[in-house]
Design a binder for this molecule. Structure first.
Ligand SMILES: [Zn+2]
Length: 163
């Protein structure tokens, strides 16, 4: 038996681009799912215009995690997500004559986010503690590690608070 009390009577037809027109009355679950899909599609469209770094590190699950971070951890998370941080690769863009792109800890390669998060030998112990592996890549970390642990790793190195 159909429970009509949960139906919302809307004086319009809800049309989704991917789905067929829905006839009235529209069950609550149908219009909720349609709105959710529409907002996800809009978010995906917006992400297409985002910088490549952001697309590499952003995962939808981060949305909820961001709201649970305190001020200092949110600052670290913002630097991680945007790439605008205290790493030499980024600082070199503002002061190319005085700041080298090379990592100051190992001098092996440019200090990019990928190097800092997954490759620098200086921080391999901390990666073991927070990521449960010693060498990885930033996209693997984004896929498998919670934002809370990523920010924990960043804060433990104190690398984004060099001033
Ligand atoms: Zn290094």
């Amino acid at each position: 038996m159909v429970d009509f009390t949960s139906h919302i009577y809307i004086n319009m037809t809800l049309v989704d681009n991917d789905a067929q027109a829905v006839t009235l009355p529209v069950p609550r679950t149908v219009w909720r799912n349609a709105l959710r899909q529409r907002s996800h599609r809009k978010m995906r469209d917006r992400l297409k215009d985002m910088p490549p770094h952001f697309r590499t590190v952003w995962r939808p699950s981060h949305t909820k995690s961001l709201s649970n971070l305190d001020k200092n951890k949110l600052r670290a998370a913002t630097q991680y997500l945007t790439g605008h941080c205290e790493l030499n690769y980024h600082l070199h863009k503002y002061n190319p004559k005085n700041i080298s792109k090379i990592c100051p800890h190992c001098s092996m390669e440019e200090e990019t986010m990928n190097h800092f998060i997954g490759r620098c030998p200086m921080w391999f112990n901390r990666r073991g503690r927070y990521f449960n592996c010693y060498y990885t890549s930033v996209s693997e970390v984004a896929d498998s590690i919670s934002l809370k642990n990523i920010v924990g790793y960043i804060c433990s190195t104190n690398r984004f608070n060099q001033q």
